[in-house]
Design a protein around this ligand. Structure first.
Ligand code: COA
Length: 445
């Protein structure tokens, strides 16, 4: 069977940066290490006054199409995943197509366009839609563009304000891909949860602590479901495990639980038994609390073992490097985790062709999904082409006063006008409002 998967990706960050330990922490009267060590974040990306989910998504897609030498006729689908949409009817993908038609000859009139919503997992769901469309033989040889784009802003003063971010990831989904093949096997963990929602409001209502617990519970269900179709996961099976990263500290918690799960009944658990004993099993305890206490003690010891620390350093930590500098990109977050991992592989000369990734996506509300990916032999060229580091370096570093203004500019309930902080170049910009309240865009050379 022909492989189907991600042929290429492009990343577009918001052009502004908020330094969390340097600018945010002092204003909040907090220890900078809460951000760098606790949450694991150095900075958040923000959109300048002329940027939004459309410009960032269109800019990423433009770069992708140009780099791959594509014309509109090569594309049969444009799907946008976002939880920051500004219209309940007209999808963001139509705006993106309109932008792209300003710079390419031809049009996307025969491409199917849509918008996916399920909090942060919608980007992965759009990948599924594209995969299924190709597998069903409906693509007529064409590829799909999937764009995950968000401005992850929280209300001022909300605990989530520390984990904001803004950026887009565009992915080309094709037969015979250059980057990764997606597995047919998937596992789901899904339940009606109230951890994070935006009931017709721009900024989320969040129960932050609960959302952390729900992430862990649903991810565990998804892993078990994945194993029921793909067989037990062993820590040595995967070179990297990119997970949805609302902030790196979240993944640190998830990794610890995942490791305990995947080493159970393996030679790794046996080898560690002399050092820290075997994992507590519920049947050995009279009550649930005693079992849970034993698990907590086991986890504390497991965390200190060389085996765990090595696995974490090689398999998980490299997935977090972009996230540390940009914060939460919601739908794009797991996709920048994959890119971080493959960048690490390239920089450390790891031969990845044929190697596997275990990918864990999550969306509040809530649903987790786990699948695996096999790295394809064109991966090095694809990853080498990314310019994410130079984009991150070029961001304008906001003062606290700048940040307050920028937050207001992007607040739909406020009508403020702020001079842009950066000069747009070779990119789409927001260009004001049309007669029906639609947003207008133009390309700046
Ligand atoms: N040095 C080192 N670590 C520190 C620290 C310091 N000086 N101060 C705090 N920390 C640690 C805390 O111990 C905690 O780590 P832990 O959870 O492993 O114990 C971490 O930093 C965060 O501190 P906390 O006090 O819990 O932060 P908070 O009350 O501001 O809330 C969130 C954190 C994640 C709940 C909040 O940012 C939020 O609501 N985010 C949005 C929702 C979200 O992203 N959910 C994730 C699932 S999708």
């Amino acid at each position: 069977m022909t492989a189907v998967g991600i042929d290429a990706i492009e990343i577009w960050t918001g052009n502004l940066k908020l330094d969390l330990p340097g600018t945010f922490a002092p204003e909040k009267g907090e220890d900078p290490e809460k951000y760098t060590k606790g949450l694991g974040l150095n900075a958040s990306s923000f959109p300048d006054s002329y940027e939004d989910i459309v410009t960032m998504g269109a800019n990423a897609a433009h770069r992708l199409m140009e780099r791959k030498g594509l014309e509109p006729d090569d594309i049969g689908r444009i799907d946008v995943a976002t939880e920051s949409a500004f219209d309940n009817s007209k999808p963001v993908s139509t705006y993106v197509a309109g932008c792209l038609e300003q710079v390419f000859d031809g049009d996307f009139h025969h491409a199917n366009k849509g918008e996916r919503k399920f909090a942060c997992i919608a980007g992965t769901q759009s990948l599924d839609d594209a995969y299924n469309w190709i597998r069903a033989g409906r693509n007529r040889g064409r590829s799909a563009i999937v764009i995950a784009t968000d401005t992850a802003l929280y209300a001022r003063g909300d605990a989530g304000e520390a984990t904001q971010g803004a950026g887009a990831v565009a992915m080309l989904i094709s037969e015979d891909p250059n980057l990764v093949e997606l597995s047919a096997e998937q596992g789901y963990g899904s339940a009606d949860e109230t951890d994070f929602l935006k009931p017709n409001q721009q900024f989320p209502s969040v129960d932050g602590k609960r959302s952390v617990q729900v992430y862990l519970a649903r991810m565990r269900e998804a892993l078990e479901d994945y194993e029921s179709v793909a067989g037990d996961v062993h820590p040595d099976d995967f070179e990297y495990a990119p997970f949805h990263t609302p902030f790196p500290g979240m993944v640190r918690k998830a990794a610890m639980l995942a490791y305990r799960h995947v080493i159970r009944d393996t030679s790794v658990e046996d080898e560690l038994a002399d050092e820290i004993g075997r994992q507590p099993r519920p049947e050995a305890f009279d009550d649930d609390e005693a079992f849970r206490e034993a698990v907590r003690e086991y986890m504390d010891e497991l965390k200190e073992t060389e085996a765990y620390q090595e696995w974490y350093a090689e398999t998980i930590d490299p997935t977090l490097s972009i996230s540390r500098e940009v914060g939460n990109w919601y739908t794009g977050s797991v996709h920048i985790a994959r890119a971080s991992a493959l960048k690490h592989a390239l920089e450390s000369d790891r031969d990845m062709t044929g190697e596997r990734l275990l990918v864990g996506s999550y969306g509040s509300g809530a649903q987790a999904e786990i699948h695996s990916e096999v790295v394809q032999d064109g991966w090095e060229d694809e990853i080498e082409a990314l310019n994410v580091e130079s984009q991150l370096e070029a961001r304008y570093d906001m003062s606290w006063a700048d940040y307050e203004e920028v937050h207001d500019v992007h607040n739909h309930d406020m009508d403020v006008d702020v001079e842009e902080f950066t000069a747009p170049e070779s990119e789409f910009v927001f260009d004001g409002w049309g007669r029906m309240g639609e947003r207008k865009y133009r390309y700046v050379e």
